[in-house]
Design a protein around this ligand. Structure first.
Ligand SMILES: Nc1ncnc2c1ncn2[C@@H]1O[C@H](COP(=O)(O)OP(=O)(O)OP(=O)(O)O)[C@@H](O)[C@H]1O
Length: 235
């Protein structure tokens, strides 16, 4: 579904992606992991066309996406930091996004599920961090798209919201969606990911199931397995 080959991205002299190759098959939950600054967001933004690579190819369903924009309509994206206009209300923001993306949307159930009804007329600038993240989640999941990309989706969420988030991610997976998630919360990965994609030194250092990773690193829990990967004992 998503094919990336020989992707290079530098910011000035800093090499972030160094000839990265990655194939993401259709359907399933892929956790994109790696230390801070390893290039997870850069990779995701390259797929979304928000970062322009220096060289390399990105294809979705066999078609190159570089310098194209229409394909973005088949991707739902939850950014790591949502810079919402502070003066808009939640309702106004949802209406604005619906206007920008003329596609059927299903925000009502999500607003209710995440307990956002009492906040619907409140200005975004006055909301708590976790409540803003719930709005971010509603905006991401209210459209039906084949690919869902979530950059640190759990940030600021309380345990109940986290349960709801996990459930909607599983529901989307059951519909055959391809879901990419970056996170540093290993318990979250352990619970929901089918595959781990681990970035280090500008490349994919490991791609496979959690079970494979545990076997390869001879660790019984994911956190230690990842720590072993970073210590580069398994090149
Ligand atoms: N627009 C930019 N200009 C300059 N440097 C950038 C830019 N975007 C990212 N970088 C740098 O590229 C590197 C990779 O950043 P990126 O945000 O992709 O990492 P990450 O793996 O998502 O990190 P984290 O886990 O901390 O979110 C970092 O050193 C970052 O400072």
């Amino acid at each position: 579904m998503i094919q990336i080959s020989q992707l290079h991205k530098k910011f000035g002299k800093l090499v972030v992606l160094d000839g990265l190759d990655l194939d993401i098959e259709a359907g399933g939950i892929f956790a994109v992991l790696g230390p801070n600054g390893s290039g997870k967001t850069t990779l995701i933004k390259s797929i979304l066309g928000m970062v322009i690579p220096n060289s390399g190819a990105i294809q979705i369903d066999g078609k190159s996406v570089l310098k194209k924009w229409e394909y973005r309509n088949q991707i739902n994206y939850l950014p790591q930091i949502a810079n919402f206009p502070a003066n808009l209300s939640v309702k106004e923001l949802i209406a604005m996004v619906k206007n920008l993306r003329p596609k059927e949307s299903n925000e009502k159930d999500l607003i209710e599920l995440f307990g956002l009804t009492p906040f619907i007329d409140k200005k975004l600038g006055n909301l708590s961090g976790g409540t803003k993240q719930k709005v971010n989640i509603v905006l991401t999941f209210m459209f039906d798209s084949d690919i869902i990309i979530l950059d640190e989706p759990t940030t600021g969420l309380d345990p109940i919201a986290l349960i709801h988030l996990k459930k909607i991610i599983q529901q989307e997976k059951a519909k055959g969606k391809t879901i990419l998630i970056t996170t540093h919360i290993m318990s979250f990965v352990d619970e929901i990911a089918d595959e781990i994609v681990f970035l280090l030194d500008g490349n994919i250092y490991f791609k496979g199931s959690i079970e494979n990773l545990k076997t390869k690193t001879e660790q019984t829990d994911l956190e230690h397995a990842i720590a072993h990967l970073i210590s580069k004992q398994y090149v």
